[in-house]
Design a protein around this ligand. Structure first.
Ligand code: ZN
Length: 323
């Protein structure tokens, strides 16, 4: 974990390293960052580092204490998970009650990890932070793991030391997705707009994605017969009202990804994408206007528009740009 953290999140790595070395870790930490960044893993790794029997900064990940934290059997490291249901004040009070009984482990540190803390009630977070600020809470540390920081009250945020996790770049995302068995083509395309390998793997298996991809390929190979392409798209791709919105969003994201790469003159190892990029360039299409049309259609998708009409309008506007 140490090496992964150093490579993927160098700022978080350095901050924690310094704090552990100088023993000046805040009692309330806030790990904030998008889905797919290793916030929870880092929270557990920090908990291990605090109770590790080797006391050498970062955790050894091998001693009995480190192993028990990883197996969730270390009594003084408690995780409350807000990813499935909200964390309530009673949940916090129950843990405090347990912690107060005895120092359960020899080490003396007590660590709360609140996963998806934005799903905790403000009362729960307030009662936890208030306790940490009291002398009795001195050996206790809380790590709040959040994906949507704007859902936390400013009064909560201001009492925590914030460690921002930056999103993975496209290339690392693409590599990770491939390690999870996603094809090179799907990983490459999806990593343009999904920055989480697991979510990429899930999307790649969806029928809506397969349809949207087929639609993009058809449209790109019929750039000079856009009206024909539209008829095909209506009957073969956007033929299910239930999934039409999802398919249209994926269609827009995929097409935008290819257009952006074309505009950036970037290279691509996937043959058909490279060929389509060359074709778009040779037709001298105004890519920025196409991207604007896609963007404005994407925006309208979140409002109660008729998806079929949105598609028709989008394709016809794109055709007008071609002249
Ligand atoms: Zn250890």
């Amino acid at each position: 974990m140490k090496d992964r953290l150093k490579k993927e999140q160098p700022i978080v790595y350095q901050t924690l390293k310094n704090c552990l070395k100088q023993n000046r870790l805040s009692h309330a930490l806030l790990f904030s960052g998008p889905k797919g960044t290793p916030k929870l893993q880092t929270a557990l790794f920090l908990a291990q580092s605090l109770v590790c029997e080797k006391h050498q900064g970062f955790a050894c990940e091998e001693c009995d204490s480190c192993r028990r934290v990883a197996q969730a059997t270390y009594a003084d490291v408690i995780m409350l998970d807000g990813s499935q249901k909200s964390i309530k004040k009673e949940d916090i009070l129950n843990v405090q009650h347990e912690f107060n009984k005895t120092a359960l482990e020899a080490d003396g540190h007590k660590i709360y990890i609140l996963n998806r803390a934005e799903n905790a009630t403000p009362e729960a977070l307030n009662s936890l932070l208030k306790f940490l600020e009291e002398p009795s809470g001195e050996s206790t540390i809380a790590i709040l793991v959040v994906e949507e920081m704007d859902r936390l009250l400013p009064t909560i945020i201001s009492r925590c030391q914030i460690l921002p996790f930056r999103p993975l770049d496209q290339e690392s995302c693409c590599q990770k997705a491939q390690q999870q068995g996603v094809s090179e083509e799907d990983s490459f395309l999806l990593s343009h707009f999904i920055k989480d390998a697991e979510a990429i793997a899930q999307t790649a298996q969806k029928e809506t994605y397969q349809k949207a991809l087929a639609g993009v390929r058809y449209l790109l190979s019929h750039l000079l017969q856009m009206e024909e392409a539209l008829i095909w798209l209506q009957s073969e791709v956007f033929n299910d009202r239930e999934t039409m919105k999802e398919t249209l969003l994926l269609f827009i994201d995929l097409l935008s990804a290819i257009l952006q790469d074309t505009a950036k003159q970037s290279d691509c190892s996937i043959v058909w994408i490279r060929q389509e990029m060359a074709r778009i360039r040779s037709l001298q299409i105004d890519q920025s206007r196409w991207l604007l049309i896609l963007l404005s259609t994407r925006d309208k998708c979140s409002r109660p528009f008729h998806m079929g009409l949105l598609l028709d309008q989008m394709i016809l506007e794109m055709k007008e740009v071609l002249g």
